[in-house]
Design a protein around this ligand. Structure first.
Ligand SMILES: Nc1ncnc2c1ncn2[C@@H]1O[C@H](COP(=O)(O)OP(=O)(O)OP(=O)(O)O)[C@@H](O)[C@H]1O
Length: 262
């Protein structure tokens, strides 16, 4: 498999210096070119897992392999997009996209590459503007273009549209799907939105919490464009909602029991 996650465990120390098992025995395999969402309630360890694939966080035990190479640190084969675009305010749009490439190619080549990827996210006309002159959705598209410009095999996206309004989010879903089809990247997409995961993914990894485990691995067989199959989407949404409700109830019950005993 292209991404292999093997027996990953992660223990953090909590504020009382007690061990907190955040991820327990996570095993996952992702095919090249697959669009996989990781869905789960807040705190189940989605971002921690993504950050481990990126090489930004170490596992307590277990290994992750990308294209048969063990992940030990961040690499150019894995691009990351966060919820906040984190652009450099003193650089214009093109310069932001070119920034990670500055040591690898001439300015002209960098500009050409920026132009190509800005066209892909439909921002060709905004290349000379500065981040503060863009909307949140546009900033996020610049951040996607910046990741794509490095030509990573894997795009790791941590709630990339979480801070955007519903309409912008919906438009960006369409753009992301097109980018994925055109570039054939492998995408691992973290979200807590059930509908977003159904709309975009080939597979949805539903995580449970305390500790974070894989509850189910759902293959989404609904044909694309998914908007044309609203009934099937609603049925799957209901099914996943039921699964997650149990997880959320579990956390609330635990918290109430803790409150009552203290
Ligand atoms: N650096 C850290 N030190 C200690 N605990 C941490 C650290 N990072 C995350 N945690 C804890 O690990 C758990 C999982 O966090 P994580 O951010 O991975 O979850 P998540 O599913 O992405 O949540 P959300 O959807 O709210 O972003 C949480 O309980 C969090 O408090």
């Amino acid at each position: 498999m292209f991404i292999d996650i093997k027996e990953i465990n992660k223990i953090y120390m909590d504020q009382d210096q007690k061990p907190n098992t955040v991820l327990k025995s996570i095993n996952l395999s992702i095919r090249k070119g697959e669009f996989v969402s990781i869905l789960g309630p807040s705190g189940c360890g989605k971002s921690t897992l993504l950050s481990m694939i990126a090489g930004l966080t170490d596992a307590t035990s277990g290994d992750i392999f990308v294209d048969s190479k063990k992940v030990v640190k961040p690499g150019k084969d894995r691009g990351m997009v966060f919820q906040e675009a984190a652009l450099f305010p003193w650089l214009n749009v093109s310069e932001n996209v070119m920034f990670p490439l500055r040591k690898e190619m001439s300015k002209e080549e960098g500009l050409e590459r920026a132009r190509h990827f800005l066209a892909m996210v439909q921002l060709s006309n905004y290349a000379n503007l500065y981040p503060h002159e863009l909307s949140g959705g546009m900033q996020q598209r610049v951040s996607i273009a910046r990741s794509l410009a490095m030509d990573p095999a894997v795009l790791l996206m941590d709630e990339p549209f979480g801070a955007l309004d519903e309409q912008t989010r919906s438009r960006l879903h369409g753009q992301l799907e097109k980018i994925w089809t055109d570039t054939k990247k492998t995408i691992v997409f973290v979200t807590h939105s059930i509908s977003e995961s159904i709309k975009l993914s080939d597979r949805i990894i539903v995580m449970g919490t305390r500790p974070g485990t894989v509850l189910t691995d759902i293959k989404v067989d609904i044909p694309r464009p998914r908007e044309e199959h609203k009934t099937e989407m609603a049925v799957l949404e209901e099914e996943i909602m039921e699964l997650l409700k149990k997880e959320i109830d579990k956390v609330v019950d635990e918290e109430l029991a803790y409150e009552a005993s203290s």
